[in-house]
Design a protein around this ligand. Sequence first.
Ligand code: FNR
Length: 368
Amino acid sequence: PSLDEIVNLHDFEAVAKIVLPAKAWAYYSSASDDEITIRENRAAFQRVWFRPRILRNVSVVDWSTTILGHKSSLPVYISATALGKLGHPDGELNLTRAAGRHNVIQMIPTLASCSFDEILDAAKPDQPLFLQLYVNRDRQITKKYVQHAEKRGVKALFITVDAPQLGRREKDMRMKFVDDGAGAKVQENMDVKKDEGVARAISSFIDPSLCWDDIPWFRSITKMSIILKGVATPEDALLALDAGVQGIVLSNHGGRQLDTSRSGLENLVEIVAALKTRGPWPNPNFSVFVDGGVRRASDVLKALALGASAVGVGRGFLYAFCAYGEQGVEKAFKIFADEFEMNMRLLGAKSLKELTPDMVDASALHSH
Ligand code: FNR
């Protein structure tokens, strides 16, 4: 289908499934074990219902925001997804260029197919970018990488904390890894295992000894905002707050890590409640992001109403560039914008500040 025929983000997924080589589809679409969490990520949004307000003069509605202090045209950022060249020859650059044109913030993956500097060179001079970090067993490699990113103007470091080992994504494991140039170029020391799929082949450098005691070291090597990506409980949310980081992402890695973990949306409710016991809310110095299963502006509005600062989208944008390159990503932004306009009008919220917990009924969220 032509790009004109795409009307929602699900359409991009359907097209990607057709156009992608089997190996790429397996790597992108797979989740761990029985793929229960990936299904739950979508299902959780469907257990939250709107309580729309009427007669509020919604002729002008505004869904722009700031994320960690950086302007964004959407309350959505592009979450890191590894190996963009499996899907399209320009890989991550499709996201960078589209994001630059539309003032959306991209989180660059450690395991990007394009090199870090290629991505930075494709960005506009003042384009804010975040970096997702997998921590190397050799901390000197990580230190160099982080400090180089800071020097090149990256604004925030999202340390992935839900992946001391990558999950068993069985669809992907059935594929053999062939180094065809789409692989990540940025990490040295890769002890590549070629017989168990893409994920295992590229991830063996990740350090499973990473722990809370390492956080001060990260603080000492960079001034960038530090965000922990992959928090799932109030206990860890409070530890993160106490550790002095600037925020957390409530995420289960798109269902690709611990299967039967709860959805970020479900965890949001109890995590926000726990954080409220520690002072004024929202806390301007501590952001709470959510990702997993977001395909519609209505999903985003539900998360924001329940207290999220902004929301991450992985596969939604990844699938958008597979068949259509950067224009696909631009179309995905446009679809979000159209959906925000309509949904905010129908909900009776002129700006994101007007989204409050009483605009949703989350009473069924915890009943599965
Ligand atoms: C990811 N994700 C991810 N996260 C991370 O911290 N480092 C990574 O390298 C990757 N790589 C990656 C590859 C692919 C193909 C997918 C689908 C996901 C997880 C990603 O950042 C995000 O948490 C999820 O994608 C969010 O769920 P949705 O939006 O894909 O449903």
